[in-house]
Design a protein around this ligand. Structure first.
Ligand code: GLY
Length: 462
């Protein structure tokens, strides 16, 4: 948590963008897993953390632009709750630490909102992605669950994004703390990887390291020899020599900031020649993307540059036919890299995506493509100093996609299906790091995590 003035200034800056109305922030609630008092791990909303800092369930907060009031709504713990959960700092104390002087019971929020409605005042709110908040707010505002998000305030979304999108030095320091944890998670897996291990043993290692730092996983750990499944979250395979494992994981530190790193590892500890070929192409693509990522360049163009490197490398391996320019024009890259080159990262591992991918990731000058693969890019707009991005090119051989495209004879002149068929047991390669865009380029955040073939092999041997 930063000093109270950081939060006060953030709210002040936000307020100055509005002439009137209420700015409503819903915090997240505890969510039951299987019965009411057995909850999923709590995760506070990113915008709530950014403006109000309190990492506690069942809160909401309002800025009344007209009366210049800031209020946190929440119920202090009763003795009953203290018996079961213990005491902690009160909401009033936590609010004061974020520079907020006024708190009210949660039950008063509904009346506050309804009064504002009666007075025809605008209630600005962000997209509600949690079912309980969405249902509660819909009920409170007299609309339906389905229609609630039609009333989202684009003005508030853009105002919030315009602040959260640019990371300050103190935020970068928190991200680098999350990257310190990721460094340990990734180097430990390199050192412990061995034939005969189950994927879940390595996943457990990762989760244990995260917990030992008072951190949480930023998203379910991806660690699998089925690296072609982009977000694979089953971990049942026994690893064998010859397998290649994609390990994609990150941590959230106590302040809420995240890391998100991917490495691809040969179970034997040595990349074989096929693995080297594909890994080298992806590594080059990442290097090209690093070189190109700077203020004024669209991330969509960086994505295409990385894809060009990938297609060129695959041409050398005989998997893609035709001229490089023609192949790029057809969008053949999507057959091998079906996802985006990266996304923003910060308090959310896909930062700000809950506010609306297209509204945040695209703008009047950068439209989302509908070309397969490029269409999955979540953030395409021009990079600016202070943006934090993941850069995560990959090559994935997906048998089901192969079957479909081959049957439909899609891009027959460019995809050498006979050659690709021999790679369908390969899996995938992803290499991912986190960068901050600086005035003249970018800086890779965190300690250097072994990335080159020699570095990975040396770490695995060590
Ligand atoms: N690295 C996991 C994700 O981007 O969702």
């Amino acid at each position: 948590m930063f000093s109270s003035t950081v939060y006060s200034k953030r709210r002040q800056l936000l307020k100055e963008k509005f002439d009137s109305g209420l700015l409503l922030f819903m915090g997240n609630t505890e969510t039951p897993m299987n019965y009411p008092h057995n909850w999923y791990q709590f995760r506070q909303d990113g915008s709530f953390l950014y403006f109000w800092s309190i990492d506690q369930a069942d809160l909401a907060a309002v800025i009344d632009v007209d009366s210049d009031e800031e209020i946190v709504f929440g119920d202090e713990r009763t003795v009953d709750a203290i018996i079961w959960m213990g005491q902690q700092a009160t909401i009033a104390e936590k609010a004061a630490a974020a520079g907020v002087r006024k708190t009210k019971p949660f039950g008063e929020l509904a009346a506050t909102l309804r009064n504002a409605q009666k007075q025809n005042r605008t209630i600005h709110f962000l997209p509600q992605y949690r079912a309980d908040n969405r249902a509660w707010l819909a009920h409170c505002l007299g609309t339906s669950y389905e229609k609630l998000n039609d009333g989202v305030s684009e003005q508030l979304v853009l105002a919030v994004a315009s602040q959260r999108m640019f990371k300050s030095d103190e935020e970068l320091a928190e991200i680098e703390k999350a990257l310190d944890v990721a460094y340990e998670m990734h180097t430990a897996v390199m050192q412990e990887m061995a034939p005969g291990k189950k994927e879940y043993q390595l996943k457990g290692l990762v989760e244990g390291i995260v917990a030992s730092h008072n951190a949480k996983i930023a998203f379910p750990v991806i660690l699998s020899k089925n690296g072609q499944i982009l977000h694979n979250t089953t971990h049942l395979n026994t690893l064998q020599n010859g397998d290649l494992v994609v390990h994609d994981s990150g941590a959230v530190v106590a302040s809420g900031y995240c890391s998100d790193i991917s490495r691809t590892l040969p179970v034997s500890g040595k990349f074989d020649s096929r693995q080297r070929d594909i890994y080298s192409i992806v590594l080059n693509a990442q290097q090209r993307a690093f070189e190109a990522s700077k203020p004024g360049v669209r991330f969509q163009s960086v994505h295409l540059l990385a894809c060009r490197e990938i297609v060129s490398g695959l041409q050398d391996l005989g998997l893609v036919n035709g001229s490089l320019d023609d192949a790029m024009e057809t969008g053949v890259f999507g057959f091998f890299m079906q996802c985006g080159l990266g996304h923003q990262m910060g308090l959310d591992v896909h930062d700000l995506e809950g506010l609306g991918e297209n509204l945040i990731g695209y703008d009047a000058t950068t439209k989302r493509s509908n070309v397969f693969g490029l269409s999955a890019l979540r953030f395409g707009r021009e990079l600016k100093t202070g943006h934090v991005m993941t850069v995560e090119p990959g090559i994935y051989f997906i048998p089901d996609l192969f079957d479909l495209w081959k049957k439909e004879q899609r891009l027959n002149d460019f995809i050498n299906y006979d050659a690709v068929e021999k790679w369908l047991d390969f899996g995938g390669v992803r290499i991912e790091d986190n960068v901050v865009i600086t005035e003249d380029g970018n800086r890779i955040l965190g300690k250097h995590i072994p990335r080159s073939i020699d570095e990975v092999e040396a770490t695995m041997a060590g």
